[in-house]
Write a protein that binds this ligand. Structure first.
Ligand code: NCD
Ligand code: ZN
Ligand code: ZN
Ligand code: ZN
Length: 366
């Protein structure tokens, strides 16, 4: 299959090219490749959009979300690979459950995936599995998977670790850490200031970038939304944010109205960032770094994936229309969580088509 006239967004700018795809892989990238093909007519395209922070639920929480609905939501939001979090029911803290989870994704996922592994106390199961990160909950959140083990013992294993933490505990783990440490959902000004000087991977979420503290139960989330000063600190320190991840955390409306924490944000993450780029808050290159290139490097180097924009990579592409105006309508989400604090937002920038390994898995209706 030949894709003609793409404008591919990379950290080094926009590459105008044709792309040859065979058996789901990129086999050629050139200014002009002769032959008949699908004409992208100069559309902007992101290669390999990865969401490193997704709670796909399923197992005993199919009422919240399933792998199928979660990944359908992902591709509708232009995400072509999801990385799943282990605070499921049952939790992914044994090699048996990890294997179950993997085969569930292999059967049901409509996009690429990788899994994280949870640890509560015993670290010996870790050597039996192949997660992207070992996820450690150091302050309480959905699933109550609090780490009760020894930080030094875990960090001495040299597995890449992702933490959900408060600032004091983050400081301690930064001191002890010698490997790869991924800090989930950096949300406050003191946190971003502290992490500026640290050798860690810093993630921010769209809700902390776009919302502030309010009493709408639909925006209840951990860590909680901050002040306008916190929110602005994230934007003014964008250079210290390595990854933007949705922290897609679906709950039913009923559960939200009873205080559940978590926002189903995978369908709105890229559109909100496109909207922000239209308003001059960041560039398309900034988005490519944080949604594509940094996550690709992690998956490629740690798990041997072939994600990104190069010959030999999986042909994962997200076609966008930067100028298209539309209104976010949560009742039309593919996610089972058909509610959002962004419901009704009028934005500019839309995902129009998503391809995973060369196959079209999403196309916008109108
Ligand atoms: C997440 C969830 O519901 O799984 N909730 C949230 O508020 N972010 C858990 C988490 O990421 O801490
Ligand atoms: Zn968390
Ligand atoms: Zn989370
Ligand atoms: Zn009720």
């Amino acid at each position: 299959m030949l894709y003609k006239n793409m404008k591919v967004v990379t950290s080094r700018g926009i590459v105008e090219c044709d792309v040859q795809v065979d058996h789901g892989k990129i086999t050629q990238i050139k200014k002009d490749i002769s032959g008949e093909g699908v004409d992208f007519a100069g559309s902007l395209v992101f290669p390999s959009v990865i969401d490193l922070h997704v709670h796909a639920r399923d197992f005993n929480e199919k009422h919240k979300e399933t792998v199928k609905t979660c990944t359908e939501a992902a591709v509708a939001g232009g995400v072509t690979t999801v990385v799943d979090m282990p605070n499921t029911n049952p939790p992914v803290i044994t090699s048996e459950v990890f294997k179950m989870r993997k085969s569930l994704f292999e059967r049901e996922s409509v996009c690429g995936f990788a899994l994280n592994f949870g640890v509560v106390d015993a670290v010996d199961e870790i050597s039996k599995v192949t997660p992207l990160f070992v996820k450690v909950y150091l302050s309480d959140t959905t699933g109550h998977l609090l780490f009760k083990g020894d930080a030094k013992e875990l960090l001495s294993l040299k597995n890449p670790v992702a933490i959900h933490s408060d600032l004091e505990t983050t400081k301690k783990w930064c001191r002890l850490n010698k490997g790869i440490l991924y800090v989930c959902h950096v949300a406050s000004k003191p946190e971003i200031e502290f992490l500026k000087g640290q050798q860690v991977i810093r993630e921010a979420t769209p809700h902390h970038l776009f919302l502030t503290r309010n009493d709408n139960p639909l925006s209840a989330v951990k860590p909680p939304l901050g002040s306008e000063e916190d929110r602005k600190a994230l934007w003014s320190n964008l250079r210290s944010i390595d990854v933007i991840g949705s922290d897609h955390a679906p709950h039913t409306l009923e559960e939200k109205l009873h205080g559940a924490s978590g926002i189903a944000g995978i369908e709105t993450m890229l559109p909100l960032l496109l909207h922000a780029s239209n308003r001059g808050l960041l560039s398309l290159e900034d988005i490519a770094v944080r949604l594509c290139e940094v996550p690709c490097k992690l998956l490629n180097s740690l798990l041997g994936y072939r994600k990104g924009f190069f010959v030999g990579a999986d042909a994962d592409f997200t076609v966008i229309d930067l100028k298209r105006e539309w209104v976010i309508n949560a009742s039309e989400f593919k996610s089972k969580a058909k509610h959002s604090p962004f419901d009704g937002w009028k934005i500019r920038g839309r995902v129009v088509k998503t391809l995973v390994r060369g196959k079209t898995v999403f196309e916008v209706d109108s």
